[in-house]
Design a protein around this ligand. Sequence first.
Ligand SMILES: Cc1cc2nc3c(=O)[nH]c(=O)nc-3n(C[C@H](O)[C@H](O)[C@H](O)COP(=O)(O)O)c2cc1C
Length: 448
Amino acid sequence: MMDISEQQLDPEAVLRLLARRRSVREFQTKTVDRTIIDAIINDAREAPTSCNHQMTHVVAVSDVQTKEALVAIAGANKHIVQAPVVLVLCFQKGWNHNKFAVVQSAAIMGYHMCLSAHLRGLATVWNAGIGNQQKVGELLHIPNQFEIIGIICIGYEKEGTAKKKAARRPLAGIRSWDTFHRPAASIYPLKKAASYPYDAIRIDNNTFSIFSPDVWGWDRIADLRSVAVYSKSPIKGVYLSRRFEKEMDAEVAELMSQHTSGKLLEVMPYGGSYTTKILQALQEDSELHIAELSQNNIDFVEERVQQDGLHTERIQTAVFERGILPYADNFFDTVFLPQVYESIPRRHDFLKEIHRVLKPGGRVVCTIRNMFSWFGVYYLKRERRGQVKNFGPYIPRMPFFSKRAIAHIFHIESDFGFTLLPNLVGKKETGLAKQCSRLYCIVAKKIL
Ligand SMILES: Cc1cc2nc3c(=O)[nH]c(=O)nc-3n(C[C@H](O)[C@H](O)[C@H](O)COP(=O)(O)O)c2cc1C
């Protein structure tokens, strides 16, 4: 067997170099020569395949219009257009389906290409989010006996793009000797069943999913959020929903119109979408604090805020555990829970904790996804039938019950809604309409 040291290469140095590969989602316009792309694919021929069948096929695409069509089909992953070349990875069906051996073979080849590109000074990102594979197949004339599993973008990394590599679980979190052990927080709840047949579970159809934050508990929610936030890079505008950005702007404008001065706490910013909006509206003399369940999320938010051209010095960060906020009593003027109330376990206890950290006369502002709305119908028919979202489990709440729960602890000052109908995104609603809007909002005051 060849010893890498015989080649006068330091194995540790090579491994360190390989470990520096990371997904890049912003590329320079500079093209990549076809000979380099061919060399990368050629390298991947060395990867092992099930029965040595080598059923994988790669369609390399550099044509801009074709890449635009691929993004349109995917409905996401805009970096597919930006990357000068994308490799569409597919495999021939009919052989080695057991234990997905043919899929495993294609995946190994894909990673081999990512590493080859990395060693050649190129950046990559793998995309399983390709949308309707039949349409992709038609676009690229891929016969339907081939399964398309992903698109690997290749190009030169854009200068100044997000640098931090996605957080990794520690070794002890993914390895056990002799028998299976794994930290309890990273084993997520599923509905009880005799077995969990793999092919019965899909992203949009998972009958085993549990959406109750109470069943998940704080630790597992923290665990999922801490790794999943890096499913995207902390680049400008990341996690801003095209559909609901207007609503978010309206929420933040409402919050900032009345509650900007003094110390403001945003709870559980996840990827920092609200954080950037709040920062932009923050008064000079106010302080913004963010509290999340993991340092990974804080790191992500900080890099993202910088990428958005804002200053992290204006934010103070803290990690909190199991619903206990690491602040003194009577500390904040305002606590903002933007679409968080429906994602937390033991809501009553957490409201009491917020009450504790608020100054007398301070306010909690909650915006809550409303079950009694068109969004609630969408949630019941679509969202809850699929897998739990990357930001964690949540269940939209009924306005009446939320208001009653909050009124137990706080004095309700006002309540209103946003987005009565999908075509009225961000429109503020009062009266009866607020009860049926997508977001139900409550401003409540701490009284002693
Ligand atoms: C099978 C697979 C599918 C992926 N799909 C997507 C995708 O659709 N969009 C995307 O932006 N990243 C995608 N990624 C990239 C992952 O988010 C990324 O590898 C992960 O967050 C770890 O980050 P790193 O690659 O920087 O180490 C995918 C990665 C793999 C392995």
